[in-house]
Design a protein around this ligand. Structure first.
Ligand code: XMP
Length: 513
């Protein structure tokens, strides 16, 4: 695809992905690369602009990450953010020092609107600062274009060399007019036209898959999640019945989920593909019998999933391509290695070893989650699949504390379905990040009618989060919670108590195991 490109050079900042997302929201394609990218590689990519990220180091320390001075002389517009701004100052022969007063949090800066970077930005605007070092004065050739009471160089520019630097973080939401500033950079400074659109992504990807696959056979493990669904539909559009999707129903899905996936992707659905649903609920329950340790459960479910997939693949015979729903954050998190790796156990991967195939196709490899959703809508995938909540690979296996049995799966499926139903009725479903019912392993005394019960407690969890790495518990109104609890104990046999989880992450995790 021959499109405009802005690259983010990652110096180890926590917001590297966010910068790229914000640029893409401006309809300009953006990729994150390590700061070690060579000048030749950069020239080869022919970017319209470069953004330097923040980072945890001090630019003057010996081993801190730095690019070469020559990069600043390529005549490609550069925007340095926080540490990235200090890199520009340092490489331009300027001073960077520990600030007498370090700024953290929302900070008002005064901008100079004659700078293109701040065109149509308020004279006084709130930004997000997070720094202990600062640039006390601009290097030769630069001029100050924003400042605060304690930070004389909150932004600087050298228009002739197309170099721009901001001490604050325009990519985070707290910087009120940050998007405008990034948009000014990519459009008015880099000269982009904004050619990154989901419709063209879909058309171009379908075309390139078709060329690549030719008459080959393609296999896809379909989970019903948004990533694998969008990948499958892209492939179906490109190569139709050369694609076979295998959907493993391991009995740890939510209520009716298996049938819902089949309704969309099966023979009655709108797509041209071969769909195989493997009903192997009992096989998984048998494997999980007596197992209580969370990590062991996860491992068993993951391994058994691969065995089932392998058996089905063998029936199909030799395939040429295997489709995976890898998305850009997986690529960044496993590849760049500068910022701290936060997740490890979530990226399931692991299928390629067990199936004979020539090559992997990862059509969503360069997309962020919100872009995958946009592509899904573009492809006409039903909204309930496109906006489906994240659901872990091990499914209900990690929402049932202790041993997993078919009876416990039934309880948690029913309770969860009531929970989701009432949340939707209360109009809260679009406001919550993730919410689900879990089955605690606790049984306690209750009274129903005239009888004493000794039944399970269901825990309800609802969180709001932007990245699933941290989360806050959601404040669901009491009357909604009361209604849900009452319906669960009345309608789900085996439950006599409902608890609401008021812990954030950290210290708890989102899932229970
Ligand atoms: P935790 O529980 O780690 O969850 O706070 C963060 C997000 O990741 C999902 N999650 C998983 N997804 N396999 C997955 O595919 C897993 O083993 C797994 N564990 C947690 C969880 O639902 C939440 O969105």
């Amino acid at each position: 695809m021959d499109k405009e490109l802005v690259i983010v050079l990652d110096f180890g900042g926590q917001y590297n992905q966010l910068i790229a997302r914000r640029v893409r929201e401006c309809s300009v394609y953006c990729e994150v690369h390590p700061y070690t990218l060579s000048l030749e590689e950069i020239k080869e990519m022919n970017p319209k602009g470069i953004i330097f990220t923040g980072g945890p180091d001090s630019v003057y320390s010996e081993k801190s990450p730095r690019c070469t001075k020559e990069l600043l002389e390529l005549d490609i517009p550069i925007l340095g953010i926080c540490y990235g701004a200090q890199v520009i100052a340092y490489l331009s022969g300027g001073k960077v020092e520990t600030a007498p007063v370090s700024e953290y949090g929302k900070t008002e800066v005064e901008t100079d609107n004659t700078s293109v970077l701040f065109r149509n930005v308020s004279k006084k605007t709130v930004t997000w600062m997070s720094h202990t070092d600062y640039i006390p004065e601009p290097p030769a050739g630069f001029r100050i274009c924003a400042s605060t009471s304690v930070c004389p160089v909150a932004a600087m520019e050298c228009v002739e060399r197309k170099l721009y630097a901001v001490q604050f973080h325009p990519e985070v939401m707290h910087t009120k007019e940050g998007k405008k500033m990034l948009s000014n950079f990519v459009y008015d400074i880099c000269g982009c036209n904004g050619d990154w659109k989901m419709s063209s992504f879909v058309d171009e990807t379908v075309k390139s898959i078709r060329e690549k696959v030719g008459n080959g056979k393609v296999l896809c493990a379909l989970s019903g999640g948004v990533d694998s669904s969008v990948a499958a539909v892209l492939l179906s559009k490109a190569v139709g019945r050369q694609l076979t999707c295998v959907f493993v129903d391991h009995g740890l899905l939510r209520k009716n989920e298996g049938d819902e996936v089949e309704a969309v992707f099966g023979p009655e659905g709108p797509y041209d593909l071969n769909f195989i649903r493997v009903n192997c609920q009992e096989r998984f329950y048998a494997k999980l019998k007596g197992i209580t340790e969370p990590e062991k459960k996860r491992k068993i479910i993951g391994e058994e999933f691969i065995r089932v997939f392998e058996e089905e693949a063998k029936k199909i015979g030799v395939v040429d391509y295997l489709v995976q729903g890898t998305i850009y954050p997986d690529v960044i998190e496993s590849g760049l290695g500068n910022s701290a790796v936060i997740k490890s156990h979530h990226n399931v991967g692991g299928l390629p070893d067990c199936v004979d195939f020539k090559e992997i196709i990862e059509p969503l490899r360069m997309l962020f989650k919100d872009e995958v959703r946009k592509a899904g809508l573009e492809l006409g995938i039903p909204e309930h699949l496109v906006f489906r909540q994240p659901f872990p690979g091990p499914g209900l296996g990690i929402r049932i504390i202790g041993e997993v049995t078919s009876g416990k799966c039934y309880i948690v499926q029913e309770a969860d379905a009531i929970y989701r139903d009432e949340i939707a009725k209360a109009g809260l479903d679009k406001n919550l990040g993730q919410y689900f019912a879990a089955l605690t392993n606790m049984q306690s005394v209750g009274v129903m009618g005239d009888d004493r019960t000794y039944d399970y407690a269901i825990a309800l969890r609802a969180v709001n989060t932007s990245d699933f790495m941290t989360a806050e518990f959601a404040q669901i109104p009491w009357e909604v919670l009361g209604k849900i609890a009452s319906r669960i104990v009345n309608e789900v046999k085996g439950v006599n108590r409902v608890l609401y989880d008021c812990t954030g992450k950290p210290p708890a995790t989102i899932e229970f195991e």
